[in-house]
Design a protein around this ligand. Structure first.
Ligand code: GAL
Length: 419
């Protein structure tokens, strides 16, 4: 198994002291993100123009690569060399890991002035704080457990949008017979795990998902339900094409957009791609909860952590960035492009499409009903080293025809304990 160093070991390995560059322009804000696909770039542009409208200069620090693995590697090396950006797209428990290193800024001043505690759902604000102080600001809530489909392709195959896994394989078989790629997939470990966690949620339910993947209970990881989840997951692979390996997620979405493929299991950043291509939801493409997950919601919250910066102008620019991100205008504009819904509560949704409206309703309903679960694939639930180890196992299982579900279960139990 590949070893996944913890953030602490990476930072300690570098002898360089954590000095921050003061050489950059006054009022400049450098922002690290990985939003480089069509829809993502439009959303990132909304952030840039918001900052420029406030008179600050924007230094774009984009590191391509879906899921952000490459961006995180670059960020670590920038921080250890004493040259952290003002803000970086960091999410979930990783925020706590970074804060524990003492490199993040306390932005309580901005948060108090903006009343963030009352504007954010607790499930969101808790993640943005370290020891009770805000160190990050959320831009959105993505739903991960979606199925995207091309209605023309389904029609051609005589298939309907599946609501459970049995129906999914019926539709997939029909699409295959019609000469189409049933499932557009990109074989990268975070994409494999995105599919895997939707299967786990659909086959096992929210309680199973939480026990097995979030709490990492060895008995649940080794249960008959997990065996069924793994078998179902592996069956999905039969309906992907042979060029899937290494493919970027947005290229997989493009296959659905063009009608070469029928379906894709992906979070709603995929909707940003459909929209950027001028496609209309409900007409040119369909969004539906991933099979068997209509009453559940896997959340993935994008947020920006603020690094300690020196110089009044830089601090001011950083505070303005944090405040701007939480403004209703920004939350609306950004999320209309990104495919997600605003992180801020009580936003008007009238400009949003039906997929976003459904997401918004389901987010609230599942928070009450118990189906709201964090995404493991997208860094919401487990320490980064554990996440990496679990992703390795799932991708090895996906790619190795000889690995049995039982083998994968044993390996998952070990991966879940990685320190
Ligand atoms: C997720 C991220 C999304 C989207 C996606 C693909 O992890 O939260 O905002 O960018 O990766 O790059």
């Amino acid at each position: 198994m590949t070893r996944h160093p913890t953030l602490r070991t990476t930072l300690l390995a570098a002898a360089a002291p954590l000095l921050f560059s003061t050489a950059a322009l006054a009022g400049e804000v450098e922002v690290l993100h990985w939003w480089t696909s069509g829809g993502e770039a439009k959303a990132a542009a909304a952030l840039k123009s918001t900052m420029q409208a406030k008179g600050h200069s924007w230094k774009d620090f984009a590191v391509a690569g879906g899921g952000g693995d490459a961006a995180m590697t670059v960020l670590k090396s920038r921080v250890v060399s004493g040259n952290a950006p003002a803000a970086a797209q960091i999410k979930g428990p990783s925020l706590q890991e970074w804060a524990a290193e003492g490199v993040l800024a306390n932005i309580d001043g901005v948060a108090k002035a903006g009343g963030w505690d009352t504007l954010l759902p607790k499930v969101v604000s808790d993640v943005m704080k370290y020891k009770g102080n805000y160190i990050a600001v959320p831009v959105n809530v993505h739903r991960v457990n979606w199925l995207w489909a091309n209605p023309e392709a389904l029609k051609k195959a005589g298939a309907k949008v599946p609501t459970n896994w049995d129906e999914f394989f019926v539709a997939a078989e029909a699409l295959k017979k019609a000469g189409l790629v049933p499932v557009a997939h990109g074989g990268q470990n975070w994409q494999d795990f995105t599919t895997f966690e939707s299967v786990a949620l659909g086959v096992g339910g929210a309680e199973f998902y939480t026990k097995a993947l979030v709490m990492r209970d060895p008995a649940t990881l080794g249960s008959a339900t997990m065996e069924k989840v793994l078998a179902t997951f592996k069956r999905v692979k039969d309906y992907t094409d042979k060029n899937a390996s290494g493919r970027d997620w947005n290229l997989a979405t493009a296959m659905v957009i063009r009608g070469e493929a029928g379906m894709q299991l992906m979070g709603d950043w995929a909707k940003g791609e459909f929209l950027a291509a001028g496609k209309v939801p409900g007409k040119d493409f369909v969004c539906a909860a991933a099979p068997g997950t209509a009453k559940a919601f896997t959340f993935n919250i994008d947020s920006f952590a603020m690094f300690k910066v020196k110089g009044d102008d830089k601090v001011k620019a950083q505070n303005d960035l944090a405040a701007a991100i939480m403004s209703p205008e920004f939350q609306e504009l950004f999320n209309l492009n990104k495919g997600s819904i605003p992180a801020r509560l009580s936003m008007k949704m009238d400009k949003f499409d039906d997929c976003a409206k459904l997401s918004s309703k389901d987010f609230v309903d599942t928070a009450k009903g118990g189906g709201l679960v964090p995404s493991i694939a997208h860094g919401m639930a487990v320490p980064s080293a554990v996440e990496g180890a679990m992703k390795d196992v799932v991708s090895q299982f996906w790619n190795d025809p000889k690995m049995s579900a039982k083998d994968a279960m044993t390996r998952l139990v070990s991966a879940a304990k990685v320190k």
